[in-house]
Design a protein around this ligand. Structure first.
Ligand SMILES: Cc1cc2nc3c(=O)[nH]c(=O)nc-3n(C[C@H](O)[C@H](O)[C@H](O)COP(=O)(O)O)c2cc1C
Length: 330
């Protein structure tokens, strides 16, 4: 790839703002959007915004940092689609653990068609909690999605049927523990249901109106939503564990990048992705899920892959914060 020797400062500034704006489309636990961007003339800094973390559900910030990793991957896609060559430094300042990444623009390069396609897919991606169709996920497509995660140094372990039953039991156990915990319930209610006028949280329109017929229970939001779902069983769904070698900030950030890469690839292939984190939130069930990996690594998130009914409409996109709440200019 050839790069032009001069950098157009105005184009770089616009590309950095576009990147931080594109990142706001990323998935996040309970749609908390726990990221804050600082845009400089030639680089972007990404911080964890602890004011939108979940102290009860996610005390280690594992899922918040994972969400920021997805936002980071979205920002890099935007810069690539803008023809900006970048250098990424993860956790650049050991004295400030909340400073998760710096993306520096160092040259302008020709735009690859794949970058444009990925950027278009960012706008299409959303969480769809509908029940799955009778169509199985194509094995080649699944391999391509697994490879997309692996390209970000985080792996996907696809569960065998026997392991899906173990996951189902762990998921049920996690949700019982959480629903018996008043502080946890309070936090869930704060972030879910209603119309979400402030631009965070999961609106009732994205929450099923009843519990679905599933082997692995979906998130129990504690109250029914407005989304009409079918009574079909999720027999064709495939479950996988997103996992990696360590269990620290850097691993969680990379896991978020892998989540974004795998999810966008899945959308391109017509495969729906539904994350599930209850078993990761509860320490005992996280350990159960770790054992399903037979020593391969640490679990970060469960993903359901499925083909959804193309004839019925999915939920509307969840809201996002205004950009002045997530991006500051220096
Ligand atoms: C780390 C993480 C954990 C999540 N856990 C769940 C979950 O347990 N159940 C669920 O239904 N959705 C889960 N989601 C999906 C989020 O609720 C969703 O990304 C968010 O509401 C934004 O909506 P969108 O994905 O449609 O843009 C999770 C997403 C992330 C990134």
């Amino acid at each position: 790839m050839t790069s032009t020797p001069t950098v157009d400062a105005g184009a770089v500034a616009r590309a950095l703002t576009n990147a931080a704006t594109t990142a706001s489309h990323a998935p996040s636990i309970h749609n908390t959007q726990p990221w804050r961007w600082r845009a400089h003339s030639d680089h972007l800094d990404l911080f964890l915004d602890d004011s939108r973390a979940l102290p009860v559900t996610d005390p280690d910030r594992r899922l918040a940092i994972l969400s920021c990793g997805a936002a980071l991957h979205h920002a890099l896609i935007s810069l690539a689609a803008d023809g900006q060559h970048t250098t990424l430094t993860r956790l650049p300042d050991t004295a400030r653990p909340g400073h998760l990444a710096t993306i520096r623009v160092d040259a302008q390069v020709p735009v690859e068609p794949a970058a444009i396609r990925s950027l278009q897919t960012v706008a299409l991606r959303h969480t769809d909690r509908r029940t799955v169709s009778s169509v199985a996920v194509d094995a080649d497509n699944l391999r391509t999605i697994v490879a997309a995660a692996a390209s970000q140094q985080t792996l996907l372990h696809v569960l065998r049927p026997r392991q899906v039953l173990d996951l189902a039991a762990a998921s049920d156990h996690a949700q019982r523990i959480e629903s018996d915990d008043e502080a946890w319930q309070e936090e869930l209610h704060f972030w879910t249901g209603g119309t979400r006028p402030l631009g965070t949280g999961i609106p009732a329109t994205a929450i099923p109106d009843k519990a679905s017929q599933t082997t692995v229970p979906g998130r129990d939001f504690g109250h029914p939503g407005d989304m009409d779902i079918a009574d079909t069983h999720d027999r064709t769904a495939v479950f996988a564990i997103l996992y990696g070698p360590g269990d620290d900030d850097l691993d969680w950030l990379r896991a978020g990048e892998a989540l974004s890469a795998a999810w966008l690839k899945a959308i391109e292939l017509g495969v729906s992705v539904l994350p599930s984190s209850a078993t990761i939130e509860v320490a005992t069930t996280r350990e159960t899920v770790r054992q399903l990996l037979s020593g391969l690594g640490h679990p970060y998130l469960i993903l359901r892959f499925a083909v959804l009914d193309a004839d019925t409409a999915g939920p509307a996109h969840t809201p996002r914060l205004p950009t002045d709440k997530t991006i500051e200019h220096r």
